[in-house]
Write a protein that binds this ligand. Structure first.
Ligand code: AMP
Ligand code: GLY
Length: 422
């Protein structure tokens, strides 16, 4: 089969890498792809964010059989509906189902309606009312923009002053544009965070192995949130917690979406906070995680294409997901300034040395090739991933990989995975 992957980050590199191992895959295309994906796929740089028509032209011209969408924006904009109308095969939820990620206001109201455990909240579009509400709260609050914000739209505030500042920036100064027309103000939860993924074809539901992302830019979870600075798998998840998540969160969520006339098909990603063994939903996403995908796919034994097709065709029940017992860790290297305004155009050195280290995979994100050199071109530049017998060893190997790579202003967290060792 000819498969198209949409996206350009480390997640899409990992997806292409895993797809390239499938005997069923004849050729991979990636729009727009990146310098690393180029080695395994034909990258085509075309406009797809505003209109899907060029993508459809490419699919027809190249006789592409199946499309997999990495990022949320095209899903929320309705790419899956557009493709299905034209009888093109694609993996992912409909526009209506993807609202669960596209609007935090929708997601919070949905959770309230279906009694899915989440932080207490209120919704505002008026800054005066939001500030009045914040002044009355006794616990610290998190301010979230309603729409998509590339993982940077949740402002975790330590004090009322910070919360008020965030409200003003979003609702008055429009720091997030239209995505911030409405905000959610919610109670700040304490506990351990995990990422939880399920595949569903609308009927069968299968969980992926557990993983944990590290959102803040600095060690020990300090500094502003990013798209994700590293991940490891497996993350601690007891059988009883697993049952609670499936029973109290996944079932009512998928059932509720059906009742709302938007049955979910694809991969559903939950960010969860676990306090004293009780899970609460921080957020829903309608896609694979970045960088969680970089640590879950190296552990997956199945043919990824077969699994995705089973989701699309409604035959997931027949698939048994099989996982390597090994652990994986991914350390993200980012550009100076990220997640704020960041520098690009720096020469990357040492990447070729990684091919000599067994089971270390560099997944490329913001890297391009220019006159034979590798140049940084994004905020998150590379995800150095290692697979090993234990978490401890995978952390060690990932950092061994990191130590070989250099570019000016290179930043990474030095504590990825350490929570798993406690
Ligand atoms: P979100 O985009 O909603 O997933 O938020 C991004 C990150 O902000 C999460 O991964 C958490 O680390 C943090 N966060 C979001 N909501 C809360 C909350 N209610 N309490 C504590 N931390 C939160
Ligand atoms: N790991 C964060 C995200 O994919 O949104």
């Amino acid at each position: 089969m000819r498969v198209l992957v949409v996206g350009s980050g480390g997640r899409e590199h990992a997806l292409c890498w895993k797809l390239s191992q499938s005997p069923m895959v004849e050729k991979i295309y990636c729009v727009p792809g990146n310098g690393g994906i180029e080695e395994i796929a034909q990258c085509v740089d075309l406009e797809y964010e505003k209109s899907f028509s060029e993508l459809v032209q490419l699919i027809k011209k190249e006789k592409i059989d199946y499309t997999l969408v990495g990022p949320e924006a095209p899903l929320v904009a309705g790419m899956v509906d557009y493709f299905r109308k034209r009888e093109l095969k694609i993996f992912g939820p409909s526009k209506k189902a993807a609202r669960i990620e596209g609007s935090k206001v929708f997601a919070k109201r949905f959770m309230k309606k279906y009694q899915i455990p989440t932080a207490d909240f209120a919704i505002f579009s008026d800054s005066v009312k939001a500030i009045e509400y914040i002044e009355k709260q006794s616990k610290p609050q998190v301010i979230k923009v309603d729409g998509l914000a590339g993982g940077k739209g949740a402002l975790v505030c330590q004090t009322k002053r910070e919360a008020v500042k965030a409200v003003k920036e979003i609702l008055e100064e429009k720091a997030f544009g239209d995505a911030g027309k409405r905000i959610v103000v919610e109670e700040r939860l304490r506990g351990k965070e995990i990422s939880f993924f399920v595949l569903t074809d609308g009927t069968a539901v299968k969980a992926l192995v557990s993983s944990q992302d590290h959102k803040p830019i600095l060690d020990y979870d300090n500094g502003p949130n990013t798209g994700g600075m590293g991940a490891y798998s497996p993350a601690p998840l007891s059988p009883s917690l697993f049952r609670k998540i499936m029973g109290r969160i996944i079932q009512p969520t998928l059932g509720g979406l059906k009742e709302e006339d938007s049955p979910y098909r694809g991969v559903l990603y939950l960010g969860l906070m676990i306090e004293a063994g009780e899970p609460k939903v921080l957020e829903f996403n309608a896609r694979f995680g970045d960088p969680e995908t970089q640590v879950t796919l190296p552990r997956l034994k199945n043919d990824l294409l077969k699994v995705l097709l089973a989701v699309s065709q409604g035959s997931l029940e027949r698939i048994k997901l099989e996982w390597r017992r090994q652990a994986a860790t991914c350390v993200v290297l980012s550009s100076a300034g990220y997640p704020g305004k960041y520098e690009t155009g720096k020469t990357i050195e040492g990447l070729s040395q990684l091919s000599h280290i067994k089971n270390v995979f560099p997944f490329w994100a913001g890297v391009k090739r220019e006159n034979g050199n590798l140049i940084t071109s994004g905020g998150r530049v590379l995800g150095i991933t290692a697979l090993a017998d234990t978490i401890k060893e995978s952390i060690r190997q990932a950092y061994r990989g990191v130590s070989k790579v250099h570019f000016e202003g290179m930043h990474y967290r030095s504590d990825i995975g350490y929570q798993a060792l406690k």
